[in-house]
Each structure stands twice: as structure tokens, then as C-alpha cells.
Design a binder for this molecule. Sequence first.
Ligand SMILES: [Zn+2]
Length: 273
Amino acid sequence: MPKLVSSKGTTRKASQEKTTNFIHGTVGRKITDISRRSKNLIFKLDDGGIILVHLKMTGQLVYKPDDSDENEKLVWGGHPIEESQNNLPNKHTYLIFKLENGILFYNDIRQFGYLLFYKNEDELLTEKHFVDLGLEPLSEGFTLDYLKLAFKSKKGQLKKVFLDQNVVVGLGNIYADEVAFAAGVKPERLVQSLSDIEVGKIYDSIKKIIKNAIELGGSSVANYVLADGNRGNYAREHRVYKRGGKPCLVCGTILTSIKSAGRTTVFCTVCQV
Ligand SMILES: [Zn+2]
């Protein structure tokens, strides 16, 4: 579908030129590498070209090997779609990649996802969204000194700085609240007001919570499935997320729920300062 390969954002228009570039740039090429940067999947092609895939709220990729019609041989990634269980392609299929030994389907119920083509990495990196992305929490560059320095240059509240993703990526609404709780800091605190000890606790909590969440396969609160078809198990580890009005698991105080940075934010008025 031209819209999905032409642009991203809320108002999107199909572009004939971008559709043509997508087809010319990808057909006949070999995928040499797949990686992830924040929520973007990056498929590298043998001539340096790049396909960027963002599944957004309802997208999924399904790989079906040529030699099989059996469901257990399918490889899933992204959000589950009922119709895709037994029927591929289906009415939610918008892109079909014929590969050497199989077929890769891009299915998306609401079509918020996108698959963009870039001639090379330089072109990809000129995207403002990419330039501004913060560090991956488990990468080498993400050190305590980095976080201290980054917080000093930011004016916003802790929750907003996390959601902005330009200091550190991967902390969405769920993990932002969980990290703030684990660190004993209110999500509304201005990051510039945080002491070195508090930043240290936040740093340790980010590492611990992200590592734990990855090991458990993520949170799956909405409808996410992993490549093996299983749902993530982190949801049962949540200590504050979606627990507004319930007692704090540490001190028993009723957890407070407010709107912060436009999102529901839950914290304990006693455990967090
Ligand atoms: Zn508490």
C-alpha cells in the first residue's frame, strides 16, 4: 500500500515517487542484517539500502517458509491478528515480500505502521527522529556519568524526559513509572533537581528493570507477541503501572494516579520523594 511505504506520522499521504523508490530499491536485493534501534526494525540490504519498519500499534510481520503450510512453521513478530492465524495473506496484508525460501507478510489492522526505504545509512541518519534518539539502556555508552550530564541539560519532569526518548530509549509509559518507583523518586520531579544519589538509583533501576523485562519477554499489556508466538511475561512484575488506587506493595499506602506528560502516571506518595 503506497501510504505505508511513503511516509510516517498521523497524517500520511501516498507518494508515487516514494513508492517507486521503495520497489526499485528493494526488489532483487538480499537482506544481509536485521537490527533494532528503539522501536524501529532496520533491514540492511546488500547494496547498502535500508528498509525501516515500525509496527506501531497493530502491525505484524509473519514469515512463512515455502515448504510448509503448517502454522507451527510460521515465524511471528509484533501484534497478534486473528485472521493471520489460519489465513495468509488476508484483508490486513498490505505488503508481501517474496524471499528466496519463503514469504514475509506485513499485516496491519489500523495501518499506523510504516516501511520506509533509504538509499543508505547516511540518508537514514538525517531523519530528525533518529538524530535525536537517546542511548539504549543496555549499551556501553549508557553510563552513570552520561545520565547525570544528560539530566543537567534537561528542563522537564522525569516522566516526560523518559517518554521523550532523547536521553535514553525504551522507557515508555510502563517502565517510566516502574523505574521511578524502584528509584524512590516521584515521576513529576524536575530532572535538574535530582541529587547524584537519586540519579544513581534511577540509573541502577533502569538497567535492572529493562534487563528483567527483556528476559521475561516484555509486558504485553495490549496485544504484543514475540517471534515465537508467546506473549511477554513482564506484566505480572508491574508494581505501580495500572495499580492506581490500590495499596503500595511496599508500604500499603494507596497509590496515586495523575496525568503527567499526557499519560496516566502512578506513584506512591510515601515511597517516592
Ligand atoms: Zn509505598
